[in-house]
Design a protein around this ligand. Structure first.
Ligand SMILES: *Cc1c(COP(=O)(O)O)cnc(C)c1O
Length: 352
């Protein structure tokens, strides 16, 4: 830290992303990327658009917003796109909580919510998950600020139903309810349909997981026109060209190839079921996941030790060293072959 950093940020604890090792080849099951590459049409779109990089991108992102709107049955005015969904979460904390504002989210959830809360100096409160790591939706009713819920939640993978979300949205008519659907395509129910009915619901999704584009940085939000206009106001006050040309073009191509990506999601769901069953035969407890990862613990080895032993053997998973969850590891669902390596490696660790 330099002596020039203003006081407001001196105590800020930045988000720590999962390891992205650039040295050796790991079986990489730690940051919930898709194990499957983008579709051929997406590769072509990127190559073609690269020839026009001398030109700024469309700040209105009209073609991509239309494509997303078409897929989800909404209008362009209901869609906002951004440089990764983290960018939307950032703007939402800025716009709907802010300094002195309030925000509510689970004690165990996506680590970035706290960071944004700290960044904007809002008075956030974390609401403990139940003993079984489920969210009790009634605990989010009648709150006096921004409500943020990842659905399915991370790193548990457990999902709420649309009815439960609707109850939360109805019980907070004067505040925004942000539902982070980063993992919704892996078997949970999206609440995008509710955005036609409620002007306080902001649904956020990403191309990073189900659409194999983590490296392209593309997220989107669907909501009533007013909330989208609020996000646009912040975008045009910070960085109007925040989605680059290649990403815009690949985003359109990926929507046209939706069946390709949803088929990949089904493959991942099948691999998830198989991997969970195999870990359970090794006496792991595996939480019921609707995401492209599982959260699992063993009574035979601690969470931190398992993480270390796997890493030594070239398999990378995510361990969170915080009180309620340090016995667990979050394991991304990769290809069947990668999961064979994972299970075999765990077997040899436990056998030793
Ligand atoms: C991965 C993830 C994001 C961020 O996605 P990007 O679009 O890559 O920024 C947001 N929320 C949750 C819960 C995630 O797991």
């Amino acid at each position: 830290m330099s002596r020039y950093l203003i006081e407001a940020y001196q105590a800020l604890e930045a988000y720590v992303p999962g390891e992205q090792p650039q040295d050796m080849q790991y079986v990489k099951l730690n940051t919930n990327e898709s194990p499957y590459p983008p579709s051929p049409a997406v590769l072509n779109a990127a190559a073609e658009e690269a020839g026009r990089l001398q030109l700024y991108s469309d700040p209105a992102c009209a073609a991509l917003r239309d494509a997303i709107a078409g897929l989800y049955g909404v209008r362009r005015e209901n869609v906002y796109v951004s440089n990764g969904s983290d960018d939307i979460l950032n703007f939402a904390f800025m716009a709907f909580a802010g300094k002195g504002g309030r925000a509510y989210f689970p004690d165990i959830s996506y680590g970035f919510y706290k960071v944004f809360g700290d960044l904007y100096g809002c008075a956030y409160e974390t609401i403990p998950l139940e003993q079984d790591f489920r969210i009790d939706p009634s605990k989010y009713h009648h709150r006096d600020g921004l409500v943020v819920i990842a659905n399915p939640n991370a790193p548990t993978g457990i999902a709420l139903s649309v009815e439960e979300i609707e109850g939360i949205v109805r019980a907070n008519p004067d505040h925004v309810v942000l539902i982070d659907e980063a993992y919704v395509d892996f078997g949970a129910e999206s609440c995008v349909g509710l955005t036609a009915k409620y002007d306080n619901l902001l649904v956020v999704q990403t191309y990073s997981k189900s659409r194999s584009m983590a490296g392209a940085r593309l997220g989107f939000a669907i909501a009533a026109e007013g909330l989208i206009a609020d996000l646009d106001r912040i975008k045009y006050s910070t960085n109007p060209y925040n989605v680059n040309r290649m990403t815009l073009a690949t985003g359109v191509a990926a929507i046209a190839d939706n069946d390709f990506y949803m088929a990949n999601c089904l493959r991942i769901e099948a691999t998830r079921a198989k991997t969970s069953a195999r870990l359970e035969t090794l006496d792991f407890e595996v939480l019921p996941s609707k995401a492209n990862f599982i959260f699992a613990k063993s009574d035979r080895i601690g969470g931190g030790a398992l993480y270390q032993e796997l890493k030594k053997r070239g398999v990378l998973v995510r361990h969170f060293d915080s009180p309620r969850i340090r016995d667990y590891n979050r394991i991304t669902i990769g290809t069947p072959e990668q999961m064979d390596v994972l299970v075999n490696t765990i077997q040899s660790i436990l056998g030793a």
